[in-house]
Design a protein around this ligand. Structure first.
Ligand code: NAP
Length: 281
């Protein structure tokens, strides 16, 4: 696994982590999903992303179970507060509920899931309070465009904003035009979600380019995709896998690099479409 500094946190995180949205919640598939998290951690994918929204809290419990007796800081836990809980008081209460479900004393990274109608300064002040209480180590946001991100970071008084988690896959490269340069200028890590595009998995002639590169590199198409999306050291990705074979494949996206010619071919097949700054949920 490749390790990189995560924004201004001073912590190194793996280039490829693990998402948990729509994780199986019962039965044999749940057992495999928990084993998958552990296998991923063994392979160095110790950045686990979840949210109070996933399974209405159930997925945080599953993550807590899967991690079990693993010592921190060998696992880096990210979870998110819903915008409907973004007032000062509700953020503190939501964090306490997440800590309880995750069965832990602290959350490594706590994010506002997407922009809320609550003034951002109020939410950021709650996040600062949680850091001062030792319940959270680092704070960030998700699905914020440049202007929203600038407002969020400026309203933090004592701590930096370390990351923005955003949609980023081969057919949704909008972040490359403004958001990524802004984040790099301010040392804010980008965590790229939905790397495989949810129903927009590359196929046809463009997909054939990936197959060709994968064959040349002796990698799989998904490994090529994940490697491409994280070619900038400020970008991390969190594919979700609930099957051991999948997490093992995803781990193989690290430890090597695409050549500049490979990147050019992918750029040509999947051009950046400058439609909007950031596609949200
Ligand atoms: P994704 O990671 O792009 O795709 C997940 C799907 O790909 C699952 O069906 C999974 O199957 C499959 N998969 C994974 N690895 C595979 C492999 N090697 N071979 C074949 N199939 C594979 O989509 P996502 O879950 O939307 O995004 C990833 C994570 O980002 C989420 O889980 C969540 O943690 C986060 N996220 C955040 C936001 C936000 O608003 N902040 C929004 C969306 C997602 P199996 O599960 O069967 O293994």
């Amino acid at each position: 696994m490749d390790w990189r500094l995560f924004g201004t946190s001073g912590v190194e995180l793996p280039r490829i982590g693990q998402g948990t949205w729509e994780f199986p919640e019962a039965g044999v598939r749940l057992r495999e999903a928990k084993a998958t998290i552990r296998r991923g951690i063994d392979l160095g994918m110790n950045h686990i992303d979840t949210a109070e929204m996933y399974g209405a809290g159930r997925v945080e419990e599953i993550v807590g179970d899967a991690i079990g007796d693993l010592k921190r800081p060998s696992v880096f836990l990210t979870t998110k507060v819903l915008p409907s809980n973004a007032s000062f008081k509700k953020t503190i209460a939501a964090c306490d509920r997440s800590l309880h479900r995750l069965r832990t004393d602290y959350i490594d990274l706590y994010l506002l899931h997407w922009p809320s109608s609550v003034p951002i300064a109020e939410t950021m002040s709650a996040l600062e309070h949680l850091v001062e209480q030792g319940k959270v180590r680092f704070v960030g946001v998700s699905n914020f465009d440049v202007e929203e991100l600038d407002e969020a970071r400026s309203s933090l008084r004592r701590i930096p904003l370390v990351c923005n988690q955003v949609l980023y896959h081969l057919r949704e490269r909008n972040i490359e035009s403004r958001l990524l340069p802004f984040c790099k200028a301010h040392d804010i890590a980008i965590v790229a979600y939905t790397p495989f595009g949810r129903g927009r998995f590359p196929a046809g002639r463009s997909g054939a380019v990936l197959q060709q590169i994968a064959a040349e590199k002796r990698k799989t198409v998904r490994q090529v995709i994940l490697n491409f999306l994280t070619r900038d050291p400020g970008v991390f990705s969190i594919p979700k896998a609930a099957q051991i074979a999948h997490v093992e494949e995803n781990a193989g996206a690290a430890g090597w690099e695409l050549s500049s010619d490979d990147v050019r071919r992918i750029d040509e097949a999947f051009p950046v479409v400058r439609r909007r700054e950031l596609a949200t949920l």
